[in-house]
Design a protein around this ligand. Structure first.
Ligand SMILES: Nc1nc2c(ncn2[C@@H]2O[C@H](COP(=O)(O)OP(=O)(O)OP(=O)(O)O)[C@@H](O)[C@H]2O)c(=O)[nH]1
Ligand SMILES: [Mg+2]
Length: 260
């Protein structure tokens, strides 16, 4: 018996949400991986959709807007007063992706140096890492590499999905934004992260961004489940954060095992 309330209607994903910038996207395919679509239709998603909860951590300098970003998405609120996160906090979000229930645990961590050691004990086991910087503060962009290095110490770099998010877009003029975006795209490419720019004040791109995180995390989870259950064949290796040219290639060459 499912004792959970139904998933909110605005948390239902039936299509793959698209990237923001092609040059810094984890992959550029228009649809979910065919094996994932197929597995969902045939209810072969294993632990995904049952007890599995995916952990997502949000890191970055103090006051870049991590808490506001999570609050805008989860509660549709915005607080203009700064209240530092002490240690960590988390929100749970339930989704339905391609008909399969899927939950994300969003871990909001402290950017302040004095709370960093508490926060870093929660980094382990993340399936996605969101590194936030302020689009109006180039130093916060420079610091993202260190945030990433710290988060990766506790996680497997080959399987975790990375997102580089510029915040407070409402505070930059189009010209300032363009300049910053150039640098940010470069950093995102070096990190192999997907780039996004958002405003928690106006809500610009917030929902689109979290839907993309959800969809890509879901997709990676289902592919991992299929691999584990042995339904994928030798040589059919797909790494969601590997380079685009070889991402879906081997799978698309093969005849699908299930639905067309
Ligand atoms: N204009 C504008 N201000 C923002 C935006 N996002 C956050 N802020 C402001 O920036 C300040 C810091 O936001 P927080 O979300 O608390 O920052 P944080 O990254 O969680 O900070 P720590 O918890 O200390 O790591 C607050 O005063 C917010 O109101 C935004 O999109 N636009
Ligand atoms: Mg905070």
């Amino acid at each position: 018996m499912n004792i959970l309330a139904p998933v909110r209607r605005d948390r239902v994903l039936t299509e793959l949400p698209q990237y923001l910038r092609k040059e810094a996207a984890l992959h550029v395919h228009k649809d979910f991986h065919p094996r994932v679509t197929c597995a969902c239709q045939e209810h072969r998603t294993g632990t995904v959709g049952r007890f599995k909860i995916s952990k997502v951590i949000v890191v970055g300098d103090l006051s870049v807007g991590k808490t506001c970003l999570i609050n805008r998405f989860c509660k549709d609120t915005f607080d203009k007063n700064y209240k530092a996160t002490i240690g960590v906090d988390f929100e749970m979000e339930r989704f339905e992706v391609l008909g399969v229930p899927f939950s994300l645990q969003l871990w909001d961590t402290a950017g302040q140096e004095r709370f960093k050691c508490i926060a870093s004990t929660y980094y382990r086991g993340a399936q996605a890492i969101i590194i936030v910087f302020n689009l109006n503060d180039v130093t916060s962009l420079e610091h993202t590499k260190q945030w990433l290095a710290d988060a990766l110490k506790e996680n497997d770099p080959s399987s975790v999905l990375l997102f580089l998010v510029g915040s407070k877009k409402d505070l930059s003029t189009p010209a300032q934004y363009m300049l910053m975006e150039k640098d940010a795209l470069k950093v995102a490419q070096e990190m192999k992260a997907e780039y996004w720019a958002v405003s928690s004040l106006t809500g610009e791109n917030v929902r689109e961004f979290f839907f993309r995180v959800t969809a890509l995390t879901f997709e990676a989870n289902v592919l991992a489940e299929l691999e584990k259950s042995g339904s994928r064949r030798i040589g059919d290796v797909i790494r969601i954060n590997s380079d685009d040219s070889n991402l879906y290639l081997t799978a698309s060459k093969k005849k699908p095992m299930c639905c067309p």
